[in-house]
Design a protein around this ligand. Structure first.
Ligand code: ATP
Length: 232
């Protein structure tokens, strides 16, 4: 059996009285692209925020490369190869593109690799990040995570608010990241699109997984299509 890079077992997240995640179990094989899809409020962000150390789980166990990381803080996880691109990008608009990348990691090598992958960021390195288009800002947010040279990257709604053509570009980049051997966990409301890009999918509703399987099978499953994907 291949060793799993990520396992999440019976994860629970609460905010006061709100039970956002109610016993979620999923896993990712090394080099795979796994997606968590579901409507607004289904618990997707809470799950990946728990994995990346941004939110403290109420229960359950998370392992990364065989080590228990259930209560490891985010900065230590970044140093060990697990990084998240947060929802809403959260780049610093008054800093330059290059300064934003340096916040990810000051290492020159990682930054040079990101410029190679995103020539548009190299061209705009001295510009204020806030002057970039929405798609460029998303590339910058992904680039800032990649400078840490992660083995697992968590992406929270990378297509949010972007024009269809730009969404295509972002999914192209996600495919390249996966092709380079980095494992990807992708959270998306754009379920059809995410499942098309993924190896394995988990459909969430009300903080629980209601369907899971190879992404191609979920795309073919009438119950999933009718309830979560809608007509094309
Ligand atoms: P979205 O696409 O809107 O981010 P989501 O599927 O990622 O949705 P979560 O953001 O994880 O879902 O939210 C799950 C539930 O937890 C929702 O009912 C939400 O209102 C609630 N919730 C999320 N964050 C908090 C918080 N900081 N305090 C209180 N409730 C929260």
């Amino acid at each position: 059996m291949t060793e799993l890079i990520l396992t999440v077992d019976d994860l629970r997240v609460r905010y006061g009285r709100v039970e956002a995640v109610r016993g979620v179990t999923f896993e990712a094989a090394p080099g795979s692209l796994v997606t968590l899809v579901g409507a607004n409020g289904a618990g997707k962000s809470s799950i990946i925020n728990a994995v990346s150390g941004m939110v403290r789980p109420r229960g359950g166990r998370i392992t990364f490369e065989g080590r228990d990381i259930t209560r490891t803080p985010a900065h230590r996880l970044v140093a060990s190869g697990l990084v998240q691109v947060p929802e809403g990008r959260q780049i610093l608009g008054t800093l330059t593109v290059e300064e934003n990348l340096q916040l990810g990691s000051p290492g020159r090598r990682g930054i040079a690799e990101v410029y190679q992958r995103f020539p548009v960021l190299a061209e705009r390195r001295r510009l204020q990040a806030g002057s970039l288009s929405g798609g460029e800002q998303q590339m910058l947010a992904i680039g800032r995570a990649l400078v840490t040279r992660p083995r697992l990257i968590l992406l929270d709604e990378p297509s949010m608010g972007l024009a269809p053509r730009v969404v295509d570009e972002v999914f192209g980049v996600i495919g390249e990241i996966r092709a380079s051997g980095t494992t990807v966990v992708l959270v998306e409301q754009n379920a059809r699109r995410a499942l098309r890009a993924a190896d394995h999918g988990y459909v969430l509703a009300g903080g629980e997984i209601v369907h899971s399987g190879p992404a191609a099978e979920l795309l073919d499953d009438d119950r999933v299509v009718q309830a979560y994907l809608g007509v094309e």
